[in-house]
Design a protein around this ligand. Sequence first.
Ligand code: ATP
Ligand code: MG
Length: 386
Amino acid sequence: MRDTAFVEAATAGAAARLSVNRMRLTNFRCYTAAAFDGDERPVVLTGPNGAGKTNMLEAVSFLAPGRGLRQARLIDVDRRDGGTEWAVAATVAAAGNPVEIGTGRDNTTPRRVVRINGAPASGQGALAEYVSIVWLTPQMDRLFLDGASARRRFLDRLIFGFDAEHASRISAYEHAMRERARLLKLGRQDDTWLSALEETMASRGVAIAAARREMAGRLARACAEGLGPFPRAGIAATGHVEDWLDDGPALAAEDRLRQRLAESRSEDAETGRTAIGPHRSDFAVRHLEKDMLAEQCSTGEQKALLIAVVLADARLQAAERGVAPLLLLDEVVAHLDAGKRRALFEEVRTLGVQAWLTGTDRLLFDDLESYAQFYTVADATLRHAA
Ligand SMILES: Nc1ncnc2c1ncn2[C@@H]1O[C@H](COP(=O)(O)OP(=O)(O)OP(=O)(O)O)[C@@H](O)[C@H]1O
Ligand SMILES: [Mg+2]
């Protein structure tokens, strides 16, 4: 039953709600076929380990550009034991306007195919116009401890929610970087070709660093305010190019990157790596009250910092774009103390986001009873829970 008070409260906010209202999975991981018929409220999925909860969230994550919340290869998503060519079809609504999205693997192309309102889209990038998703998964518990690449990906994904061009800048930069590395490995001193690639790397690279720096600045302002029991977080995008942008204009940074790339050709040929550029940047988070880097904080504190960042991002998207993103929170609730759990639920309610929350213990979600929809997942079957 829908709680009208909640619906009114949620729709009274300035931001429109983005929601998945219907979804069909075919040969998707453990699901031969699964159907979700819901509404715009938050979704709670509970069930035992190995039931298919994370797989369901992964299916939702494919409604946005990218490789989904597991960073999977397309082929790994095929249902083992016979299933091929997986598909996810969904009705997504923003501000009451429904959009039909279909996506999946199709044997005719190595890319993930996307259809929007029945028509083939030129690429996954088209999804960014309709759907923005932010997620937290148990794998991200090590985000502050492991290498910088996962942190860069995390920040980049937050940027996609505001700037769909960011993804194409990154792929253009990476393509040029790989091509340059290939030439250097072959020992080809083709100056014209190398210079052209370095030109692309310089212009795209500075644009990438500028977008990260700008996003980090906005997040820093949003996170400095704090949210109930969640820690206030200090946030910065760090790296050579980011430093240059602190010192001077973007054009000067481009010149500098172009020059440094040209100078490092022989070193890069030897190491097989690219010594300088935004592919080496990082995303630094601090616990402000404790004045400590996130990696020095306790496991629970790190998780709370990450949740604070994700909620700040959702608030920014709601304020600046008028639509809050979908939030996929896999096994987040089980790790929170009661105060933080309540604050998280309250924020989900205030923002009016369709959060998808998973856990093994239904009791932990009791406070959401009146304004979420509950489903159980068992043996790769999704059921609406009364
Ligand atoms: N490509 C695939 N084909 C078939 N089954 C798969 C595939 N990929 C994963 N699985 C299986 O899907 C099942 C459900 O996985 P999932 O990660 O969704 O479980 P979960 O409900 O999130 O469990 P947990 O509570 O342990 O996190 C697992 O048994 C897993 O082995
Ligand atoms: Mg799981």
